[in-house]
Design a protein around this ligand. Structure first.
Ligand code: FMN
Length: 312
């Protein structure tokens, strides 16, 4: 079940997605943290962020909307309060970071680069709930909606760290392949996709939006087919590993992503429903490999049979 993403050796390809697993300690009584391939922390920023007005989450058919707005206590507190615990787990730790500009990404990466127990950085350039803050991206959009801005952010972080860089892409674009290529060209070791889809829900009795931020990010099973299609398209067109995220609820979903071309996968919304789901997914993938007499997990990556096209 071993795989490699950049310099990180993972004992299995199942990671927890940023923002859905806190800083791991919250889950210690519910999950064997050693079962997980890698832990991706909640996104941290340079300065503390209070996040968006309540309510910040609501259920939708087949998924959920969130507009947390990257609430976090900032890098100083993260290093002081969260890192000592994370360092002891023994599972690779990937820290998700986001900045209001290139300098902030650079400063965050420079500080985290010095911490040995951090295996890699995931660049969150795709949170749909913080658009327009300080970026000179056209129309006040996300960094991940602009290939030039994506290139510049990744390049700046690449300059300051040799740690593995994963760039997290947004599905809210016309051509995700173009953004993935910009990340690769700037030196990213891998890309993860997708972050949430911009969405909305309304309470018809009060006629109010159900989120304080009006719009939010859609996640869960309802986004899986679109995320899967994007992973398929991106993995055909770049030479760095792709990490599939979006609506993965069980081992079958995870295997679909790997057949579409993902070297590893991340589990997000499913953690809220069943905190121990990652362990079950690992076991389910192992059973699949045994059943189909496949020796190495890597053998299923991108191993999609499209010769005769669709299934019978
Ligand atoms: C409540 C919530 C908070 C999230 N916070 C973050 C975050 O801080 N950083 C980030 O990169 N993605 C964040 N995400 C996005 C997830 O990491 C993931 O990309 C997305 O939910 C799709 O996967 P899923 O359908 O398995 O949940 C968040 C998602 C949810 C549901």
């Amino acid at each position: 079940m071993n795989i490699k993403i950049g310099k990180i050796k993972l004992k299995n390809p199942v990671m927890v997605a940023s923002g859905t697993f806190g800083y791991a300690q919250e889950f210690e009584k519910l999950v064997n943290l050693k079962d997980i391939g890698a832990i991706i922390t909640k996104t941290i920023t340079l300065n503390p962020k209070v996040g968006n007005p309540m309510p910040r989450i609501c259920e939708t058919s087949g998924g959920m909307l969130n507009a947390i707005g990257l609430q976090n206590e900032g890098i100083d507190n993260f290093i002081k309060e969260k890192m000592p615990y994370l360092s002891k787990i023994g599972t690779p730790i990937i820290v998700s970071i986001s900045g209001n500009n290139i300098d902030e990404f650079f400063i965050l990466a420079r500080r985290l680069d010095k911490i040995k127990s951090i295996s890699g950085l995931e660049l969150n350039i795709s949170c749909p709930n913080i658009r327009g803050e300080g970026w000179s991206v056209k129309g006040g959009g996300l960094v991940a909606q602009d290939s030039k801005a994506t290139y510049e952010v990744v390049k700046a972080v690449r300059k300051i760290t040799d740690k593995t860089i994963i760039t997290k892409l947004s599905p809210n674009v016309t051509d995700i392949v173009e953004i993935a290529k910009a990340s690769e060209n700037a030196g990213s070791d891998a890309v993860s996709l997708v972050n949430t889809f911009l969405g909305m829900a309304i309470d018809i009795n009060t006629r109010k939006p159900r989120l304080g931020n009006i719009t939010g990010g859609l996640s869960g099973p309802c986004i899986k087919p679109i995320a899967l299609r994007m992973v398929y398209e991106v993995s055909k067109n770049i030479n760095i590993p792709v990490i599939g995220v979006g609506g993965i609820m069980n081992a079958y979903d995870a295997i679909e992503f790997m057949l579409a071309g993902a070297m590893a996968i991340q589990v997000g919304t499913a953690n809220f429903i069943e905190p121990g789901v990652c362990g079950k997914i690992v076991k389910g993938i192992e059973d699949y490999l045994k059943k189909h007499k496949i020796e190495k997990i890597e053998d299923i990556v991108g191993n999609l049979d499209i010769k005769g096209k669709g299934a019978e």
